[in-house]
Design a protein around this ligand. Structure first.
Ligand SMILES: CC(C)(COP(=O)(O)OP(=O)(O)OC[C@H]1O[C@@H](n2cnc3c(N)ncnc32)[C@H](O)[C@@H]1OP(=O)(O)O)[C@@H](O)C(=O)NCCC(=O)NCCSC(=O)C(=O)O
Length: 388
């Protein structure tokens, strides 16, 4: 039936990914309908299965692993054994894409680099996510989200000495690099339709973070300053009498005048009419806003700010966001009944295709859950190949 057609039906992905960068990418490809075969180390599997340092079923199937691995099948293969090595090479004959996010050089050492695999299957696309790229002075380094934040200016974001350096607490580098990996793979698949050949796709945490700061990079090049929202004079987080709100004073003719109207204070805009004067007197302006906002509740101020069509929002916890009806309306709550974890709600797919809504075809797999199934399919493929 046409409503069951998915964009990546018939695309098979051999998935060596681990932790987050790679798994979030292959999960999205699986959500689009690709057949994801996740190759895991016997006994231990994906590094994120070892998150709790325990080998219990609960630990190996922990919530973090579950959040990144739906719509995949798991097969245990020791890729360093002779038999395992051959199984991978045979699987590659059946594949469209091979994905990894090991340290640069690992796939070549395993004998699974693009040069080797394209000899077996010229149409194969080999996609890798690394920390810093596959060549250059940092290629050998282990990559991790916080390192990429540190090395690309994200921790130094504001250049404002009053704002301490801090670790952005969500894995934003992993997710953005993972989404770049998805884009690279989809582009290579489209190009393969035109040329008949595969190619290498490379992304890194480092490059993704540089790309994410494209606006700041251009400003830095031109003006040797970094202007971002945290540094803007009419933007800030303010405590109210019962919580906190954020205001972004931008995209309006005279946001300062509108903020003053909303906050029931004197119009400060004639004294501070330009971005330059507002920046110079940012501490005064922010103190004036803070003083007013402290005197009433979040909902009181949000209503008044919205009446001026100002950009504003309550500062909330993740739990509050997940309990918000908007989250459910957007399809971002994906409840599953997991055989080990029981009931658990995962984040849904943020990409909504009107003719191919995401469905969970495979629950996050137990380690090696599909080993027999995938090897049987492989044996059938090899028999057919031998018969031809
Ligand atoms: C995450 C890492 C630092 C982990 O480093 P390591 O544990 O030292 O692993 P490496 O990638 O260097 O090498 C993996 C080794 O495992 C071997 N290997 C892998 N799979 C198998 C199987 N199935 N069987 C046998 N051996 C295997 C592989 O041959 C390598 O061995 P040898 O050949 O003998 O070396 C690195 O993989 C990395 O830099 N990845 C790229 C960036 C990245 O994705 N970082 C994590 C983001 S998550 C994150 O930031 C977050 O969650 O927070």
């Amino acid at each position: 039936m046409s409503e069951n057609i998915m964009p990546l039906d018939g695309i098979r992905i051999i998935d060596f990914t681990q932790v987050m960068l790679g798994p979030c990418a292959t999960q999205m490809l699986g959500d689009f309908g690709a057949d994801i075969i996740k190759i895991e180390r016997p006994g231990t599997g994906d590094l994120s299965r070892g998150f709790y340092g325990l080998q219990t079923e609960e630990a190996l199937n922990n919530a973090v692993f579950a959040s990144l691995n739906r719509n995949k099948r798991s097969i245990e293969i020791d890729t360093k054994s002779e038999a395992g090595h051959k199984q991978v090479l045979d699987l590659v004959k059946t594949a469209d894409v091979v994905v990894d996010n090991f340290r640069a050089g690992v796939m070549d050492r395993l004998g699974f680099g693009y040069d080797a695999l394209s000899k077996i299957n010229p149409k194969v696309i080999c996609a890798s996510g690394t920390g810093f790229g596959s060549t250059g002075p940092y290629a050998h380094k282990g990559g991790q989200d916080v390192l990429a934040q540190a090395m690309t200016g994200v921790m130094e974001k504001t250049q404002d000495p009053s704002i301490p350096k801090s670790i952005y607490p969500t894995t934003l580098c992993d997710y953005s690099a993972g989404m770049h990996l998805v884009q690279g793979i989809l582009a290579a698949l489209l190009m393969r339709d035109k040329t008949g050949h595969g190619q290498k796709v490379e992304v890194s945490l480092y490059d993704s973070m540089i790309a994410m700061q494209m606006q700041e990079a251009a400003q830095w090049s031109k003006h040797r300053e970094v202007l971002n929202w945290a540094a803007m004079p009419l933007t800030g987080v303010f405590d109210t009498s019962d919580g906190a709100i954020v205001i972004v004073g931008a995209f309006k003719a005279n946001p300062l005048q509108d903020i003053c109207t909303a906050l029931e204070i004197e119009d400060l805009s004639p004294d501070y009419p330009t971005l330059e004067t507002q920046r110079k007197h940012k501490p005064f302006l922010q103190a004036r806003f803070s003083e007013a906002i402290a005197g009433n509740t979040s909902s009181y101020w949000l209503e008044r700010l919205e009446a001026q069509d100002l950009l504003c929002a309550p500062v909330r916890s993740l739990g509050e966001a997940l309990a918000d009806p908007q989250t459910e309306i957007n399809g971002m709550l994906q409840s599953i009944d997991h055989p080990v974890l029981g009931d658990i709600t995962l984040a849904g797919s943020p990409v909504h295709l009107s003719k191919a809504p995401m469905i969970v075809r495979h629950l996050p797999p137990r380690l090696g859950q599909h080993t027999d199934e995938v090897l049987q399919e492989l044996a059938m493929f090899l028999n057919n190949e031998a018969a031809e």
